[in-house]
Design a protein. Structure first.
Length: 171
């Protein structure tokens, strides 16, 4: 990533947000994962899934032709608020998270000054490509914090802050 001074910072912070989401998913006890006393939209597993879906979606080139990996669907895009027909497991969300982390790395590593300044191809987002990535990172961090709050309230414990994303070369 030489030549573009902002890329290591963007990638390091974006991956840190994804790492914080991963830490929250891994820390969630079974009793909190699908707490049926909460509406679906406020359940731990659903918030994790929602975050990963939109991470993946906004890493796509545009809002046309996107399809998440199986077993996930496009229900998140339905204006009627269609929820998945079943609870996703921690393993499924961790697989989706690994997919999102790798896509994030690929997309940011391919980014250059010219493309970063162009308008993104998402009809609902009047943002540059760079600003879309910052928007996406903020969304991940917002929900990672929400999940950490749920953990703190439900277990009196939550994972710590991640200052910079893990380098895949170092494990």
């Amino acid at each position: 990533m030489t030549g573009v001074p902002w890329k290591p910072a963007l990638l390091g912070q974006f991956v840190a947000a994804i790492d914080m989401l991963e830490n929250a998913v891994r820390a969630c006890p079974e009793a909190l994962w699908d707490d049926t006393s909460r509406p679906v939209a406020q359940r731990f597993w659903y918030l994790g899934y929602h975050t990963l879906f939109w991470l993946d979606y906004h890493l796509a080139d545009s809002d046309h032709g996107f399809w998440p990996p199986a077993p996930f669907t496009l229900g998140e895009l339905d204006p009627a608020g269609v929820y998945p027909d079943r609870t996703y497991t921690p393993a499924e969300l961790l697989d989706y998270l690994a997919h999102g982390r790798e896509r994030c790395r690929q997309v940011v590593e391919a980014l250059d000054d010219t493309h970063a300044g162009e308008r993104c191809a998402f009809a609902a987002r009047d943002l540059s490509v760079l600003e879309l990535h910052l928007y996406n990172m903020r969304h991940v961090q917002h929900h990672a914090a929400q999940l950490n709050l749920m953990l703190r309230q439900g277990t009196d414990s939550a994972p710590g802050w991640v200052a910079r994303g893990r380098d895949p070369e170092q494990g």
